[in-house]
Design a binder for this molecule. Structure first.
Ligand code: GDP
Length: 194
């Protein structure tokens, strides 16, 4: 897709997951000072853009941050359309957010049909250090969930554990998503360049 303003190509990703798992923090950590942000609080959507190298071309990478409130469910539907990638976030110290992960993917599927490349992110791993982890979501649980998702839906997906607080693996998450999205777009050529 081409941006009408300057003719550059646009790629889009959405961040989804329960409230307070760290979606906004992950996006901010990734974008650093570079980010330009619009806040559409009334409809529960934030967006930010960054220029990135994508298939040997500088493109505008738009990251939508969908607010988790159920009241916004209808509005949220619009933002899935035309997305090239998904980052689904849960927090390792919030088991409910992990249990809800599949609901988020169902919502995305309802709105998009077959899903684009997806990174499943287990955030807040810094909290694991020095704590009683008995109710924490383990790495294996995240890996198993991701594998089940790949097997059931045949979607290119990967699992990454992050901390938006320390920045651990945040850049890796977006780079991995860009890499998977770029593989999909390359396989679609030449239609992508129309
Ligand atoms: P969102 O509602 O999913 O966008 O979540 P936010 O980004 O607003 O984060 C919710 C809360 O969790 C805030 O108080 C953040 O400072 C905190 N938080 C986010 N990511 C991390 C993390 O990786 N580690 C820790 N310890 N706290 C985090």
């Amino acid at each position: 897709m081409r941006n009408q303003d300057d003719g550059s190509k646009i790629i889009k990703a959405v961040l989804i997951g329960d409230g307070a798992v760290g979606k906004t923090s992950i996006r901010r950590n990734y974008l650093g000072d570079e980010f330009i942000e619009g806040h559409l609080a009334t409809i529960g959507v934030d967006l930010a853009t960054k220029r990135v190298l994508f298939n040997d071309e500088i493109v505008k990478f738009i990251i939508w941050d969908l607010a988790g409130q159920p009241t916004f469910e209808k509005v949220r539907g619009n933002y899935y359309h035309g997305c090239n990638g998904i980052i689904l976030v849960y927090a390792v110290d919030d088991r409910d957010s992990f249990d809800n992960a599949s609901k988020w993917l169902v919502e995305a599927y309802k709105n998009m049909g077959p899903l684009p490349p997806t990174v499943i992110v287990a955030n807040k791993i810094d909290l694991r250090r020095g704590r009683d982890q008995s109710n924490f979501v383990s790495t294996n649980e995240g890996l198993e969930f991701t594998q089940m998702f790949i097997d059931k839906l045949g979607v290119p997906a990967t699992f990454i554990e992050t901390s938006a607080k320390t920045g651990e693996n945040v850049e890796v998450t977006f780079n991995k998503l860009l890499e998977m999205m770029s593989e999909v777009e390359r396989s679609k050529q030449p239609a992508f360049y129309k």
